[in-house]
Design a protein around this ligand. Structure first.
Ligand SMILES: [Zn+2]
Ligand SMILES: [Zn+2]
Length: 421
């Protein structure tokens, strides 16, 4: 189990009322555009106050956190994640959502977007209610019983997939978007990322609706052609879920629509600078050359790292329900990845910290870009980069201390008042 080699990190929550000034001193700070060695990163009242080289004299009232020999990075942001520590967000209870969220905080994820599957309307709604309740708890300054990341919003991922590209999701649970269903999800005010396959009837209405509500609008589990992608892009879709996984290729569009061969989601994303995407960087879904290729083609500003992890994260080998157990989808955690009953890939079993370590060690991508793709880029794509995602003065003090090998040693999670988008 790669993810449990982590030593449990120290977690601190710093509230906006906490006036104690603290600073990470002597570490290599990973800034959006460069590494700053021998750095001084000061924070108080839940916000980053100063970034500089180590000053000649450090005020005696500052609590120094020795960061020598380590990296200081922004907290990670996972925009595509199903669960962890035995709990799936689709379990739909407060306890399950809190358990999975807490597990990800230990993996350095300070901001999380719980992700839905192709569950029934009532189970998706129950999940959203449970997320709302955990989000409320996460905003309370007095919660020290459970350590939670910022629950910034929900990724409405399933159910609007095409059955042809359902992956491990049940084909007969994939459905087309209809307002009477999706409107109730958006009315919770929690949906910040919204997925729909671009060839489904009603998709343009869905995209426009989600875009109007400020969501990152995405296409996933789809066999869409170039022209369907173009119509979707015009309606506000600007991101594709887990590049290369459960998406169209020239060959798959040809088998669906016949000749002439047409562009697919792949060419559309690579051909449009305004399209972003994400890679499951667990080392099992994609070979290193694909991670590097995606970075070379899209650049670090339009490519996110995601874990797409399931409840099997931090759990022993064995069989686990994917989504709510009533969906009757079972995956096998073989210690490296989740496998469907047919043996196909079915979600990862590691946290985003593992994805960062893997990408940094298996590819030529510079560390600044690797960290950006797990922090600032997802923040920008999800529209929360004014609050978090990088070490910049005025942003929330969501900070990590990572060892030279990028293991999470310490997590600082700010309790600064959330700004309304
Ligand atoms: Zn998927
Ligand atoms: Zn997924």
């Amino acid at each position: 189990m790669p993810s449990v080699k982590n030593i449990r990190p120290i977690i601190s929550l710093v509230s906006s009322e906490d006036s104690q000034v603290r600073a990470f001193v002597g570490g290599t700070a990973v800034l959006p555009d460069r590494l700053l060695e021998n750095s001084f990163v000061e924070f108080s009242q839940g916000k980053i106050r100063k970034i500089s080289a180590i000053p000649k004299r450090i005020r005696s009232d500052i609590e120094v956190i020795d960061a020598t020999g380590n990296y200081v990075t922004p907290g990670m942001i996972d925009i595509h994640v199903h669960g962890g520590a035995g709990a799936d967000f689709m379990d739909g209870t407060h306890d399950a959502v809190a358990k999975a969220c807490e597990a990800h905080l230990l993996h350095g994820v300070t901001t999380i977007f719980p992700t839905t599957t192709t569950g029934s309307e009532s189970s998706i709604y129950a999940m959203m209610q449970a997320v709302a309740s955990v989000r409320k708890e996460s905003l309370s300054v007095n919660h020290d019983a459970t350590l939670l990341p910022h629950v910034e919003g929900i990724h409405l991922y399933g159910p609007y997939f095409t059955p042809e590209k359902s992956g491990c999701h049940k084909k007969d649970r994939c459905r087309t978007p209809v307002r009477s269903e999706f409107e109730s999800y958006f009315k919770t005010g929690l949906v910040k990322i919204a997925t729909c396959a671009a060839e489904l009837p009603g998709c343009v209405d869905f995209y426009r609706y989600a875009k109007k509500r400020g969501c990152l609008v995405t296409c996933g589990h789809s066999n869409a052609s170039w022209s369907e992608m173009a119509a979707a892009h015009k309606a506000g879709m600007s991101h594709v879920d887990h590049f290369w996984c459960a998406m169209s290729s020239v060959a798959s569009v040809r088998s669906r629509l016949g000749p002439p061969m047409q562009g697919s989601m792949l060419e559309f994303v690579l051909g449009h600078p305004t399209m972003s995407t994400e890679v499951i960087a667990d080392g099992q879904h994609l070979a290193p050359e694909l991670l590097e290729f995606a970075w070379r083609m899209k650049g670090p500003r339009m490519l996110c790292l995601v874990s797409d992890t399931s409840r099997a994260m931090d759990m022993p080998l064995g069989k686990y329900a994917f989504g709510n157990s009533s969906e009757n989808i079972w995956i096998y955690n073989d210690g490296k990845v989740g496998r469907s009953e047919e043996g196909g890939l079915a979600s990862s079993v590691v946290g985003l910290d593992h994805c960062v370590r893997h990408t940094a060690s298996a590819t030529e991508i510079p560390l600044v870009d690797v960290i950006r793709m797990a922090t600032l880029t997802p923040a920008e794509r999800a529209g929360i980069d004014q609050q978090t995602g990088s070490i910049e003065v005025g942003k929330r003090a969501d900070l990590l201390l990572l060892s030279k090998k990028l293991f999470v040693k310490r997590v600082v999670r700010a309790m600064a008042e959330p700004e309304v988008r």
